[in-house]
Ligand binder design. Structure first.
Ligand code: PMP
Length: 759
């Protein structure tokens, strides 16, 4: 090496030391009086032209008065590059001056340092704005955010499926929120890699920047996006640190509003590029550790970014740059507008309603940029805006959407996959658009099959909003404002082992409750055509049916010709953790199952699954047709949901997180006399709030906890006959940390509640 340096550059090195690097070999060179960096690259025509362009840029910048960048040192024959042969291999090489300073990664970070960093970059970019180079412009570099898609093929190399989905989400968000605005973004040549290993620091100020190897002709704002990514990815509050960079950069090179609007997504995009490339390198068994240095922090920041949300980020960036903050319509105005056109019969959650703007996985965010941890909504079963669900819908919508009177693959494919989740006897499926429509159809079919009108329903049960569904929904018809119980309805007392007559949940309570229901059947003048119930009564306050209840009751229903209908609208698809379907916990197989809510993650879809005998009875009648039921888009989306549940192991997650969540809630129950009961299964739990050490429901306190949680950005609801049960049924991507956060806040609320009570 020393002889090459002497021959090519006339440099007499006393020390040559190899440095780490990702794509090329760099050496630290020292002579008696000077220090240099010697760089070698495998010789290809493309590399040569880019190395020349890099030298060209350095010389240009220097000419423009830019200090603190490396100076290219000419070779003996006055060229800034040379071709050398090392171990029989040709290399392009070049010599650069050495810059003093410590790397940004090795020094403590401070406001002063970040201010100087922002200014430094802006000054560099100001000079770069006058620079053009056709070789740089023609380059398609995977590290250039505008070519985000070049790294997308590595998505599948990310081993953890949930992690992969988060990265996929940001790819999609880039398409949605950046691509349409690309024409409005300023372009320029930029350094494009102001990471913590390329930025030098001396005396708490940025003293230089090295490695222009990723220089790109791209969106100007990418410079800042990349700097923020690496400077902030180990920070607990990345926005605070990002703002220092934005403010100081903006002082020198004013940013545009559109640039700040997309910045959140650009930062996420750079994190995704880094993550995808690390994943690919790992898969290729790359042993260049340099490829993984930033991986851990990239993940950390990506998950923090998810919790932060784009509105909060944009608001914060705008503030930093001194642009006025965008103000959403006040809540009162929105409510007023809503009531102009919509009836007040539609309720709004919480004392202070939330103006929702977006959602991702277990977060929802409002127009003010607040992120809410969603511990309540079970419809976005696999997570809000799950990219695979979105993609399934987008793709199919762009291809074909029609009805079941035509043949198409997705209908068969989905039906087969869905039915594979059921025992053999449940082998026919009808698709509709809601749980209510499924209930309605179920009641009609049960009536046709059994020939009997009478229906036994569950006390406090709810099955939908159609007329027939209301008839079987005690929760609605028995409400003080309800229509009352119709004559053809029998009500089975809720087999509740907390509040009910029998409390021993070892099977004996289940048996006793079932016997009471059976007595009603026996006493009925006419046989009953159907019995309908959920396995855990949601609107009843998350009350699981007492152990063994259905096992006793189902045979009695069937014995006199009735159909056993199981409503899995809330409990299905792995939510209860131990089982895929709620009825399995009761060790029975129903004759009909109603599906809805989570089935297509929020896309309106419902279904009825039944035995072939029941289907055969129905087939004797008029054609069944639902315009939208089972359309190709719905099937594609619903199929993606089934796949995600498997891929991301969400049933197991529901079990593990649910058990942990429940144990934390039990812990609270031990400390607070207002928690009467903690019940449910998996991520379908209820917490009964009572007057201290009694069984008297405390609706007021339950509402207080719900609203206080909302004020602390956690979504939960209340339900039950007295609306005194805290109801939690989050998306199945809910984590142990999320459960902890939720219970921690309930704890804080109760602590304050009891403190005030004492005073
Ligand atoms: N069954 C149950 C158990 C439900 O909770 C609901 C909705 N809350 C329905 C049926 C009706 O579903 P949808 O609102 O989709 O019509």
């Amino acid at each position: 090496m020393k002889s090459i340096l002497r021959e090519q550059f006339g440099i007499n090195a006393i020390k040559v030391e190899r440095l780490s690097g990702l794509d090329n070999a760099n050496y630290f060179v020292e002579t008696q009086s000077e220090k240099y960096i010697f760089k070698t690259y495998p010789a290809t025509r493309d590399t040569l032209s880019l190395v020349e362009a890099e030298n060209n840029a350095l010389l240009f910048l220097q000419n423009e008065g830019q200090r603190n960048i490396q100076t290219p040192i000419p070779s003996k024959n006055q060229s800034y590059t040379a071709i050398v042969t090392i171990n029989g291999q040709e290399y392009i090489c070049r010599m650069l001056s050495y810059l003093e300073g410590k790397f940004l990664v090795d020094v403590p970070h401070s406001k002063k340092l970040f201010q100087s960093f922002g200014k430094f970059l802006a000054q560099l970019d100001l000079k770069f704005q006058q620079f053009t180079d056709y070789r740089v412009a023609a380059r398609k570099l995977k590290w250039d955010i505008q070519y985000l898609n070049l790294s997308k093929k590595y998505l599948d190399s990310i081993p953890d499926r949930k992690d992969r989905s988060v990265v996929h989400y940001y790819y999609q968000q880039y398409e949605e929120n950046v691509v349409p605005w690309l024409h409005e973004l300023r372009t320029s040549v930029i350094h494009n890699d102001a990471n913590e290993l390329n930025v030098l620091v001396a005396h708490e100020e940025v003293s230089g920047i090295i490695d222009f190897g990723d220089m790109s002709d791209t969106f100007l704002i990418n410079e800042l996006a990349i700097a923020i990514t690496y400077a902030c990815y180990d920070k607990e509050n990345p926005l605070e640190w990002a703002n220092i960079l934005i403010e100081s950069y903006h002082e020198i090179l004013p940013l545009q509003e559109k640039e700040l609007e997309v910045l959140y997504y650009l930062i996420a995009a750079r994190l995704c590029i880094s993550i995808c490339n690390s994943a690919c390198a790992r898969e290729e068994n790359h042993n260049n550790e340099y490829a993984f240095v930033s991986e851990k922090y990239a993940w950390q920041m990506l998950y923090r970014w998810l919790a932060i949300n784009p509105i909060a980020a944009e608001t914060s960036f705008r503030r930093a740059a001194g642009f006025p903050v965008k103000n959403p319509l006040p809540i009162e105005k929105l409510l007023e507008k809503r009531h102009e056109h919509l009836s007040s019969i539609l309720s709004v959650s919480y004392d202070t309603p939330i103006h929702m703007k977006g959602a991702a996985f277990q977060y929802m965010y409002d127009a003010y940029g607040n992120s809410y941890l969603d511990a309540y909504n079970n419809i976005p079963h696999v997570g809000h805006s799950h990219p695979k669900v979105v993609e399934a819908g987008q793709r199919q919508m762009a291809k074909l959407n029609t009805n079941t009177r035509y043949l198409y693959d997705s209908l068969n494919e989905y039906a087969e996959k869905l039915l594979s989740k059921f025992p053999d006897s449940l082998n026919k499926v009808y698709f509709v658009n809601s749980g209510s429509a499924a209930t309605d159809l179920a009641l009609r079919m049960a009536n046709i099959h059994s020939g009997n009108e009478k229906i036994m329903v569950m006390e406090h049960g709810y099955h939908g909003n159609t007329r027939a569904a209301i008839d079987v929904s005690y929760y609605k018809f028995n409400n003080p404002k309800g229509i009352g119980k119709k004559e053809h309805i029998l009500v089975a007392p809720i087999p509740d082992t907390y509040r009910g007559k029998y409390t021993n949940d070892n099977g004996s309570a289940g048996k006793s409750y079932a016997e009471e229901a059976i007595k009603q059947i026996e006493d009925s003048k006419t046989p009953i055509g159907a019995f309908i119930s959920e396995p855990i009564i949601g609107c009843g306050g998350q009350v699981p049916l007492a152990k063994g209840y259905l096992k006793q009751l189902y045979p009695a229903i069937r014995k006199q010709g009735g159909i056993c209908i199981d409503d899995e609208v809330q409990t299905g698809f792995g939510r209860i953790g131990d089982h895929y379907w709620g009825y399995e916990a009761q060790e029975v197989v129903p004759d009909m199952v109603i599906l809805g809510k989570p089935m297509a993650n929020g896309h309106p879809m419902g279904a009825l699954v039944c035995t072939s005998d029941i289907a055969a009875s129905f087939e004797k009648g008029v054609e069944f047709f639902s315009s939208f039921g089972g359309n190709p888009v719905s099937c594609a989306i619903a199929l993606s949901v089934l796949e995600i549940i498997e891929e991301e192991n969400l049933q197991v997650n529901a079990k593990i997180v649910g058990e942990y969540y429940k144990s934390l809630l039990w812990g609270l129950q031990e400390r607070y006399p207002c928690i009467g009961d903690v019940r449910g299964s998996g991520l379908y739990l209820g917490v009964e709030i009572v007057k201290d050490n009694s069984m008297e429901p405390d609706t007021g306190l339950a509402h207080h906890i719900k609203n206080e949680l909302r004020n602390r950005y956690i979504l939960i609801s209340t339900d039950g006959p007295y609306d005194s049960v805290l109801k939690t049924k989050p998306p199945l991507c809910f984590s142990k940390e999320d459960a902890f956060k939720t219970v921690e806040q309930v704890d804080n609320i109760l602590k304050t509640h009891y403190k005030i009570k004492k005073v």
